[in-house]
Design a protein around this ligand. Structure first.
Ligand code: HEC
Ligand code: HEC
Length: 327
């Protein structure tokens, strides 16, 4: 008997050692399927990032006087306290009008390869002037917005500093450049999942690790890929209660009917409600619907728990932004 114990112990230790290396390799395979979020998105050649431009962009982002009512700013719908979104199903803009789409977060939007649910703008510069003019959002003409900014003398100094050497820097293009530059600073690195990807095994729970495996093994990662977990592509999805034709509105191509750009899943736990019309409040229900429609797969209750635990690890460090004191 006695002689057998060490043998068994030895075998057990060997098995354990093998199992743990197998497990480690396994984890490395999964890690390789994801990308940690960099601290900054790519900065376009035509819009260098300077502190003066960031500061001006922040002022404009919080400036309600570039709306017709004088009370709606970008931050009204992209509220820093609410995950830089609004936590309502569909956005409410000028004169209380309810839009048709859910407000996406602007966090990490500099990493997206197109802007809006239907991808109608290629970049943040192109996006920025849309909401000022949209009648259901801020309802201003650009000329009116520029005139309002011109009335506030303090902006002259800030535009001069942000766009040195320009004769007449207060113009629509520079408004877009400044807002886009500010938005590129709104990133959320160092989430528990990023720390896990960089090698800290303890950064996420066992449930979250199981959720990550389900996410990879079942093919969620096919569309939710890259640093912000969006492939930038358009996919068909039948959202409860929506008649929105999505990308079709932009391209008039039948194949694009009811398709929407894959949204980021970074900070998804704090950017409810979900989907293009904000019709689903609960993350678990959103995951369930994704499984059914995108993958034809019914997840069990424990699997849903694990997937949700995983998605919670994608909440990163919120950017620290001093609310500008406007003149
Ligand atoms: C009335 C609410 C409202 C206001 C005000 C508003 N937005 Fe939005 N924002 C939305 C909605 C709704 C969408 C999605 C619209 C769509 O996809 O057609 C959106 C989309 C975006 C996106 C695209 C994000 C993505 O994931 O595609 C960015 C960036 C953005 N807004 C920035 C801004 C800026 C900058 C301003 C101020 C100039 C602003 N928004 C003002 C509601 C608002
Ligand atoms: C075929 C591509 C594709 C696959 C596979 C896929 N998704 Fe999605 N996902 C999308 C698109 C597109 C949307 C936006 C749908 C809409 O609102 O119209 C989305 C939306 C979501 C949302 C809501 C995000 C928000 O802010 O509104 C969550 C959560 C989500 N997906 C999780 C998952 C999970 C978990 C899986 C795997 C079970 C998965 N997705 C599989 C493309 C995909």
């Amino acid at each position: 008997m006695r002689t057998k114990i060490p043998i068994r112990l030895g075998a057990t230790l060997l098995a354990l050692a093998l199992a743990s290396t197998a497990l480690a390799d396994d984890m490395e395979d999964y890690r390789a399927m994801f990308e940690p979020l960099p601290f900054l998105p790519p900065i376009p050649a035509g819009n260098s990032m300077t502190q003066k431009k960031i500061d001006l962009g922040a002022m404009l982002f919080f400036e309600p006087r570039i709306s017709a009512s004088g009370v709606i700013s970008c931050a009204t719908c992209h509220n820093p306290a609410l995950g830089w979104s609004d936590r309502i199903g569909r956005a409410i803009g000028h004169a209380g009008q309810v839009g048709v789409r859910n407000t996406p977060t602007v966090l990490n939007s500099g990493f997206l390869t197109s802007q809006f649910w239907d991808g109608r703008e290629p970049d943040l510069e192109g996006q920025a002037l849309g909401p000022i003019q949209a009648d259901v959002e801020m309802n201003m003409t650009l000329d009116q917005a520029i005139a309002r900014i011109n009335e506030l003398t303090v902006y002259r100094t800030h535009f001069d500093a942000a766009f040195p050497g320009e004769e007449d820097p207060i113009n629509a293009q520079n408004v877009a450049l400044a807002i886009a530059t500010f938005e590129r600073t709104l990133n959320t690195p160092n989430s528990p999942f990023d720390r896990f990807l960089r090698g800290d095994d303890q950064a996420i729970s066992d449930e979250a690790k199981e959720g990550m495996k389900l996410f990879a093994d079942n093919g969620c990662v096919a569309c939710h890929s890259g640093p912000v977990m969006s492939d930038g592509m358009f996919h068909r999805f039948e959202v409860p209660g929506s008649t929105d034709e999505g990308r079709f509105v932009v391209t008039a191509d039948e194949a694009d009917k009811f398709t929407f750009r894959t949204p980021t899943l970074r900070n998804v736990a704090v950017t409810y409600p979900y989907f293009n019309n904000g019709s689903v409040n609960d993350l678990r229900d959103a995951v369930n619907l994704m499984g059914e429609q995108m993958l034809g797969h019914e997840f069990s209750e424990p699997e849903l728990d694990n997937l949700v635990a995983f998605l919670h690890t994608l909440t990163g460090e919120m950017p620290v932004v001093a609310v500008p004191a406007l003149p």
